[in-house]
Ligand binder design. Structure first.
Ligand SMILES: Cc1cc2nc3c(=O)[nH]c(=O)nc-3n(C[C@H](O)[C@H](O)[C@H](O)COP(=O)(O)OP(=O)(O)OC[C@H]3O[C@@H](n4cnc5c(N)ncnc54)[C@H](O)[C@@H]3O)c2cc1C
Length: 495
C-alpha cells in the first residue's frame, strides 16, 4: 500500500480551514493533513460576504446549509446594492438573479431596449425576481419549484471555527504555533516548517494560507507579486462592527464616497462595516471619520485598519507549495470574490493534486487557470470604478480617466456601440452581471439587436407585462427575510 501524502496547511483562516476540510473530506483516505496556525497572530477577521458559487462548493464537501448558517450568524444575500457609483445620488443593484428571459439569439436587455424605444417596458430591474425580493426584504429558497439564486453573509471568525471543528473531527491534526523558519531540500522544495519553540512539521506538499504575509510562497520561495495598484488603487480598509438596528437586509450595501467606498453586511446579530480606500487619496483619519459618520448603529468593536496591495502572485503554485487565499493575491472586496477564489483554487488543487507524475506540468496548468480567473474578475471590478460620471474628487477623476486593460476597453466599446454583452471566460460573471453594472453606472448602448422587432409590438408588450406580473406575484408569496431566517437557521450563539 502507498504511504499517504503528507500535506501541511500553513495558516488557519478561512482559506486554511476550508482547504483542510475539503481535502480531508474528498481525499482524506490518501492524505495525512496537518494545519499549523498561530492564535497569537490571528486571522484577517473580515470576508463576510459571499457569492452563490459557495453553495455548490459547500454541497460538494458535505456542508449542511442550515447547520452552517446557524453556526455563523448567517443571513441570505441576493445581490449588492451600489449607491453613488455612477453619480452621487444614484442607486442600482447587481443581483444574482436572471433578468427577464433571453432567447438563444439575443439577451433580455436587448428586448427591453426595443420596448423602451417603443415607449414601454419600465425599468430593467423590474424583471428580476431576486432583485425585487431583495428590495422588498423578502426571501425564500424556492418560489414554487423555481430555485432562487442566493449567497450568504456570515461571521468570518465563526466560519473558521466551524470548519476547524469539522476538520479536526474528520482527522486533520492542528498544531498551534508561530512558524519561524522554513527548510528547503536540495531541489528547493519546502521540507519542513520550524515553529517557535523548535517543533518541526514535515510534509510532502505545503499549502500557503498565511494570508497577506505569504510566508512560504513569498518569503521562502521568493515568488514575485504582480502589483495591480495602477488599476485598483485601494490599499487600505478600516473595519468596524455595529449593532443591528433593523431586520437584516438580504443584500450587501456598497456605498461610494468621495474617495473610497463603504460596505454594510448584515448578519443575524450585528452588522459588519468597513471603508475601502487608497492612502494616495485619503488619510487614515479622514477614512475613519467618513466611516464613523455613515454607520447606522452603535459600534461594538474598535475600528481596525488593514493594509493590502492589489495584485497576484506570478505563480500561485511553485515547487511543492500552493498558495491559496490572500497569500496568492487580492483584488479588493467590491464583488465579494475572494472566498470564491479560495474555493476554485481548492477545486483546482484537488483536480491537479501532485500524487506523482510531472508535477511541473500540473503546476503550470494550475497557474494558467488561476491567472485567467483573476484577470477576468479584475476587469469586472475595475469596471465599477472606471465607468462613472463622478467628477467631484481627484479619486474619481483618477479612475474615470485612467487606462484600463484592453480586454475591458473592448467589452465596454462593444456594449456602448452595439449593446452586445457576453459572459466572461471563466463563467463567473454572467451577461446579466455585466449588463447590470454597465447600465447601472450609466453605460447605455447606442444600438441593440433586432430580435425584439421580430415580434409585433403588442406581442412584446404582453410578454413583458406577463413577466413583470409573474415576478410581482412571486415576491408577494415570499417570506420576510428575518422571519425566514428565524424558522430556517436561527443563530446558535449570540456573538
Ligand atoms: C477589507 C477586506 C474585506 C474583505 N471582504 C471580503 C468579502 O466580503 N468577501 C470575500 O469573499 N472576501 C473578502 N475579503 C477577503 C477574505 O477576508 C479572505 O479571502 C479570507 O478571509 C481568507 O483569508 P486567509 O485565510 O487567506 O488569510 P487570514 O485570515 O489572514 O489567515 C492567515 C492565517 O495564517 C496564520 N499565520 C500567518 N503567519 C503565521 C505564522 N508565522 N505562523 C503561524 N501561522 C501564521 C494566521 O494565524 C492565520 O490563521 C476581504 C479582505 C479584506 C482585506
Amino acid at each position: 500500500m502507498n504511504a499517504k501524502t503528507k500535506v501541511v496547511v500553513a495558516g488557519g483562516g478561512t482559506a486554511g480551514w476550508l482547504t483542510a476540510f475539503s481535502l480531508v473530506t474528498r481525499l482524506g483516505t490518501l492524505l495525512d493533513i496537518t494545519l499549523v496556525e498561530s492564535d497569537q497572530i490571528g486571522t484577517v477577521g473580515v470576508g463576510e460576504a459571499t457569492i452563490p458559487t459557495m453553495r455548490a462548493f459547500h454541497s460538494l464537501i458535505g456542508i449542511d446549509e442550515k447547520e452552517f448558517m446557524a453556526a455563523t450568524q448567517a443571513t441570505f444575500k441576493l445581490g449588492i446594492q451600489f449607491d453613488n457609483w455612477g453619480q452621487q445620488g444614484d442607486s442600482y443593484f447587481h443581483s444574482f438573479g436572471e433578468i427577464g428571459q433571453r432567447s438563444w439569439m439575443a439577451e433580455f436587455h436587448e428586448f427591453w431596449m426595443e420596448a423602451k424605444a417603443q415607449g414601454f417596458g419600465g425599468n430593467l430591474q423590474d424583471y428580476c425576481l431576486e432583485l425585487k425580493a431583495a428590495k422588498a426584504n423578502k426571501f425564500s429558497t424556492f418560489v414554487g419549484k423555481k430555485p432562487v439564486n442566493f449567497a450568504y453573509h456570515m461571521n468570518a471568525t465563526d466560519y473558521a471555527a466551524y470548519l476547524r471543528k469539522k476538520s479536526e473531527s474528520a482527522g486533520v491534526k492542528r498544531v498551534e504555533g508561530r512558524i519561524e523558519q522554513i527548510q528547503n531540500d536540495e531541489t528547493g522544495n519546502i521540507s519542513s516548517l520550524t515553529l517557535k519553540g523548535g517543533e518541526q512539521v514535515f510534509g510532502d506538499v505545503f499549502i500557503d494560507c498565511t494570508g497577506f504575509r505569504g510566508l512560504l510562497i513569498g518569503d521562502n520561495l521568493d515568488v514575485e507579486y504582480e502589483d495591480w495598484s495602477h488599476w485598483l488603487a485601494a490599499d487600505s480598509a478600516i473595519a468596524v462592527q455595529t449593532q443591528a438596528v433593523e431586520a437584516p437586509r438580504p443584500y450587501t450595501q456598497s456605498i461610494a464616497h468621495s474617495a473610497g467606498w463603504q460596505w454594510r453586511i448584515p448578519l443575524q446579530n450585528r452588522v459588519g462595516n468597513g471603508i475601502v480606500y487608497s492612502s494616495q487619496f485619503l488619510s487614515e483619519d479622514e477614512a475613519r471619520q467618513t466611516l464613523l459618520a455613515n454607520l447606522t448603529g452603535q459600534t461594538i468593536t474598535e475600528p481596525r485598519t488593514l493594509r493590502f496591495k492589489t495584485g497576484r502572485r506570478k505563480k500561485a503554485w511553485h515547487k511543492n507549495c500552493i498558495a491559496i487565499g490572500l497569500a496568492s493575491g487580492f483584488l479588493e472586496p467590491l464583488e465579494s470574490t475572494s472566498i470564491h477564489l479560495v474555493t476554485t483554487a481548492i477545486l483546482r488543487l484537488m483536480k491537479l493534486f501532485p500524487f506523482g507524475g510531472n508535477t511541473t506540468m500540473l503546476a503550470e496548468q494550475f497557474n494558467r487557470e488561476t491567472q485567467l480567473e483573476l484577470e477576468t474578475i479584475r476587469d469586472f471590478v475595475i469596471l465599477h470604478y472606471h465607468q462613472t460620471q463622478r467628477n467631484d474628487s481627484p479619486f474619481w477623476d483618477h479612475y474615470r480617466t485612467m487606462q484600463v486593460p484592453d480586454s475591458l476597453v473592448h467589452r465596454m466599446a462593444m456594449f456602448r456601440e452595439n449593446g452586445y454583452a457576453w459572459p466572461d471566460d471563466v463563467s463567473l460573471f454572467r451577461v446579466d452581471s455585466w449588463v447590470q453594472v454597465m447600465m447601472g453606472q450609466g453605460l447605455m448602448p447606442k444600438q441593440h439587436h433586432g430580435a425584439g422587432r421580430v415580434l409585433p409590438v403588442e406581442g412584446l408588450k404582453q410578454q413583458m407585462m406577463a413577466l413583470r406580473n409573474m415576478i410581482d406575484k412571486s415576491v408577494a408569496q415570499m417570506s420576510e427575510h428575518g422571519d425566514f431566517i428565524q424558522t430556517y437557521c436561527p443563530a446558535q450563539n449570540g456573538r
